[in-house]
Design a protein around this ligand. Structure first.
Ligand code: 5RP
Length: 281
């Protein structure tokens, strides 16, 4: 691996701990406005100081994030379908490598949809991203998106993560499963970050992150369980305690409660929030 690529990876996975708290705020690319991110710039700004990397679309980056920021950027590079369309996750390439570089991003995240009828297209497109990222020294992260009829178990996630690594991913983002998550991690030779999934109670989300890291994940690329939390800024700090300082979930939850401020909970103003909550994404 070239110096530039190693250097960019070190922006995402912090060398001091070998861990990462990536903040995923790319959801609008298929959900549109979602609770907690309606006013994107206002919601994300106070979280940036606690994020090791921001994972978002180029549109939100250009319109809502201060270019003077120090936070490393990973860009969502797939999309094309929406929560109301007939084929959610039938995604293709939505940005060029030139524009990724122009945005000064350290890398991209691309969803592969193993088991869906269009799995082949997403694997082949992801492989092209690996080539592009290797050519320019960027980081290619595969996101193992799970179709609505798939089960999020170690068998499925293990298959998807391993395939991502076999096709050259430098980092893999996947969901957590209660049973045998360490088998998913152990059979994937590249670093794994855990996606948070739907909003769950804070202590449960901290416990899930703790268990994922204990099983060998190098951290999280978490979205809704941070920005839809009762207090997003308190929650991201609690997540950091778990990921970087190996805090037990109960201890991190105590920190969350200590930092939590009244009135910081996002209001549910999004018109289709109930549909979003019911969708299996
Ligand atoms: C979908 C995604 C999401 O857009 C997002 O990044 C997931 O984050 P979270 O589940 O923690 O809200 O990757 O495949």
């Amino acid at each position: 691996m070239d110096w530039g690529q190693k250097n960019r990876i070190s922006k995402v996975i912090r060398p001091k701990t070998g861990k990462s708290v990536m903040l995923a705020v790319d959801h609008g690319y298929f959900l549109g406005p979602t609770t907690g991110l309606e006013d994107f710039g206002k919601a994300v700004k106070p979280l940036i100081p606690y994020a090791d990397t921001l994972f978002l679309t180029r549109g939100m980056l250009r319109t809502c994030v201060d270019p003077n920021t120090d936070v490393p950027i990973m860009l969502r590079a797939s999309g094309g379908t929406s929560i109301i369309g007939p084929e959610l996750l039938h995604e293709g390439i939505t940005i060029s490598i030139e524009d990724v570089i122009r945005c000064n991003a350290v890398g991209i995240g691309y969803s592969i949809t193993v088991g869906m009828p269009w799995e082949r297209d997403t694997i082949l497109d992801f492989s092209k991203w690996v080539d592009d990222c290797n050519r320019y020294g960027l980081v290619a992260m595969a996101v193992t998106a799970v179709g609505k009829d798939m089960v999020r178990d170690a068998k499925y996630l293990g298959l998807a993560c391993r395939m991502a690594a076999e096709h050259g991913a430098h980092v893999v983002k996947t969901y957590y499963c209660d049973q045998d998550f360490e088998k998913v991690v152990n059979s994937c030779p590249v670093p794994i970050v855990m996606a948070g999934g739907k909003k769950i109670p804070e202590l449960d989300a901290l416990t899930m992150a703790y268990n994922a890291v204990k099983a060998g994940a190098i951290g999280v690329d978490m979205g809704r369980n941070i920005f839809q939390s009762d207090d997003p800024v308190a929650m991201i700090q609690a997540i950091r305690e778990v990921v970087h300082n190996e805090a037990k979930p109960e201890k991190a939850y105590e920190l969350f409660k200590k930092l939590r401020k009244p009135g910081h909970s996002p209001k549910k103003t999004v018109v289709d929030q109930e549909e979003q909550d019911e969708a299996k994404v």
